[in-house]
Design a protein around this ligand. Sequence first.
Ligand SMILES: *Cc1c(COP(=O)(O)O)cnc(C)c1O
Length: 386
Amino acid sequence: MNAPASLLYFDNNATTRVDPEVVQEMLPFLTEQYGNPSSPYSFGKRAANALEQARERVAALLGCSAPEVLFTSCGTESTNTAIHSALAVDRDAQHIVTTRVEHSATLKTCESLAKRGYEITWLGVDSKGQVDLEELEKAIRPDTALVSAMWANNETGTLFPMQRIQEIVKKKGVFFHTDAVQVIGKVPVNLQDAGTHFLSLSGHKLHCPKGVGALYVNRKSRFFPYMTGGGQENGKRAGTQNVASIVALGKACELAQQNLEHEGSYVRQLRDDFERLVFEQIQGVTINGDPESRLPNTTSLSFERTDAEALLLFLDQKGLCCSAGSACTAGSLNPSHVLKAMGYSDERARTSLRFSFSRFNTATEILHGVELLKSGVSRVRSLSAA
Ligand SMILES: *Cc1c(COP(=O)(O)O)cnc(C)c1O
């Protein structure tokens, strides 16, 4: 079953196409292999073995050991689990440090904790979306329970200097969580001797189905379960495992590892070609984010005098999927919190679109996409000028 021939899917930071090899790998666990991995007989053991193979594969991609990988239902659950675990260790540590550009999984969780009496320090970012490391260091206090900072931003692709952030947090001896949902499979990650206690990832951002994720929990750190019940996942996450999806995640991580270099060169080339052609053919375009430190697959662009929502609708009619980098709440368009944190005016934020590519995109699609974008921009500009 193929996507419509005319579909140009340039929204891979929102979700990705499931790799056919991943589907093949998970199918037996949706059909004949329906055993419960916690059952003692060999039919159940087969499912348990499949879980352990998946755990090994995820661990191999992360550069950690298999028992440090905990399967969850999504990236959001992983992040909630990490934050709540860190807070459960010391009831007197009621302070969290995070950034203004986090995904809502972190943002909304911290906002809701703030309503329950926790104190949150929100680190701002500069016009490239980068945090100030001195400010980070100063923000960490004796009563800080946790620092949570995303590795790569989903809207702009800006990569935080993770190594240096880890070093700073490690010196202070507080828990560190990173939302790595956007980096896994795009940039090499090695947790071997990093100062990270928790790392969140999500299957559907790396060519695996939706509804499965993982949380890395450093074996030396204390951990408190978020979901309580049965003893699954070594007592760390109750609930019968989603075996088929976990098998899929394992396969997706194995493929991601094999494709890492390819992602870094082929996909980067597609993105760079796209940007180059856009700059050549469309006037008044600027890149949002940090061109020196950015995901290889992402470009966020501002189109001067162009309402991004109108452009998005035009592109949608032509079968091109991208993102306005803003959430449409109750019919009113809120400018992206990420672009606002970068100091953009509402006006500029409302002219921004994000395009994110994957290994399933082609050079032909890039050419076609730029053509559509060119006609879309001139259409929207002429309408608003009229
Ligand atoms: C998609 C995404 C998430 C949420 O992952 P889900 O599996 O959809 O819950 C969290 N953080 C970032 C940066 C993301 O891009």
